[in-house]
Design a protein around this ligand. Structure first.
Ligand code: ATP
Ligand code: MG
Ligand code: MG
Length: 342
């Protein structure tokens, strides 16, 4: 494989392109909107996902197709897959695009999730709240990220609707949130990175810290859960698995079929980071050494955190990544820093 097509031109696509370049591979980005990845990839197609000619030309120009964004329409994926393989596979995408399918799949393979109920329309909400109780969280089945499309239901009388088919999740009283970034190669080789401790603010990831400070039994369980998911999906590539730590054990929150924000620490903490690991997997190369060799705190630079860049550039043992996105709107992820703390 010499050339990789990436669906999505955001910061994840950008960092994947850099990793591919380092391995001597070419990247072609396909992005309907603004594409920070466009400046570092070898080729950029800016076209909507219903432009058949553009999709066809894109697929024909590469050897394999991957993605940094899981909400690509099915029709586009069908066309692309008729021309080149898509890795991770369509099942991994279908399962993680829809919170109802995702939770059902996780329970089927024996993993715990928050209790949930299908809420196809607003008139099903009252029954769902009766079943799941309050506090609970109503989430759109599709397209949500950074806490968007969610309503917190604090008392059973408060029936606010999300505006789209949703799932109602029981509120999990967790002691911590962790995530596992795991890589699986086409031959079934699996390499898990150390679990990171995640802190969110306003639904957006703020920091990830490794080591996560939890007992070895918990971190081992977390990696085994991620491996079970990857095996069940016959997954090829890097996947992020978000988990809640509770006294009753680990609960899976959601999975992302791609490199993940909570895995950015690997850039400073591992010989082979999540981006290179993903490129290796989808290109059919052996996975690399993902063992952690440093303690790291990753912090996202969101909105006007960009004002801190001069100070951060002057900080010791600090790696800074800026995505070249232009306007620093509130809530927008503009970059991140990895502080080496050991
Ligand atoms: P992401 O940007 O990670 O894709 P998202 O929009 O898909 O986010 P979730 O990960 O489902 O949203 O939820 C965002 C955050 O809200 C979680 O990290 C957690 O802090 C909190 N949260 C979500 N679901 C629950 C739950 N059932 N119980 C308690 N807290 C929850
Ligand atoms: Mg999500
Ligand atoms: Mg999440």
């Amino acid at each position: 494989i010499r050339s990789i097509g990436i669906l999505g031109g955001g910061q994840l696509g950008r960092m994947l392109s850099v990793a591919a370049s380092r391995l001597g591979l070419r990247c072609h980005i396909y992005e309907p909107g603004a594409a920070p990845a466009g400046d570092v990839a070898h080729a950029l197609t800016t076209a909507p996902y219903d432009d058949e000619a553009a999709l066809r030309a894109f697929a024909e120009s590469v050897d394999v197709i991957t993605y940094e964004f899981e909400n690509v329409p099915t029709s586009a994926l069908d066309l692309l897959e008729s021309i080149r393989p898509i890795r991770p596979n369509r099942r991994a995408l279908a399962v993680s695009q829809d919170r109802l399918t995702e939770k059902t799949f996780l329970n089927e393979i024996g993993l715990a999730t928050a209790p949930f109920a299908d809420v196809p329309s607003e008139r099903d909400l009252a029954t769902a709240v009766e079943r799941i109780g309050a506090p609970s969280i109503l989430k759109t089945r599709r397209m949500g990220y950074d806490g968007k499309g969610q309503v917190r239901i604090t008392d059973p009388g408060q029936l606010e609707w999300t505006g789209a088919p949703s799932v109602l999740e029981g509120f999990v009283d967790f002691s911590a949130e962790i995530s596992v970034i795991i890589a699986r190669a086409a031959d079934g080789q699996v390499a898990g990175f150390d679990p990171g401790l995640n802190v969110h603010e306003g639904g957006i990831l703020r920091t990830t810290t490794v080591p996560c400070g939890l007992p070895g039994k918990v971190t081992t369980d977390a990696v085994l859960i991620a491996a079970r998911i990857a095996n069940a999906l016959d997954y090829v590539g890097v996947m992020g698995v978000e988990l809640f730590v509770t006294p009753a054990g680990l609960i899976v929150n959601e999975i992302a079929p791609r490199v993940h924000n909570s895995g950015h620490w690997t850039q400073a903490g591992c010989a082979v980071d999540q981006f290179e690991q993903h490129i290796r997997a989808v290109a059919g190369l052996p996975l690399g050494d993902g063992k952690r060799h440093a303690d790291v705190v990753m912090e996202n630079l969101i909105g006007d955190d960009m004002n801190r860049v001069p100070e951060l550039l002057a900080s010791p043992r600090t790696q800074i990544h800026l995505y070249g996105k232009g306007e620093a709107r509130p809530g927008r992820k503009m970059g991140h820093v990895n502080r080496i703390t050991s």
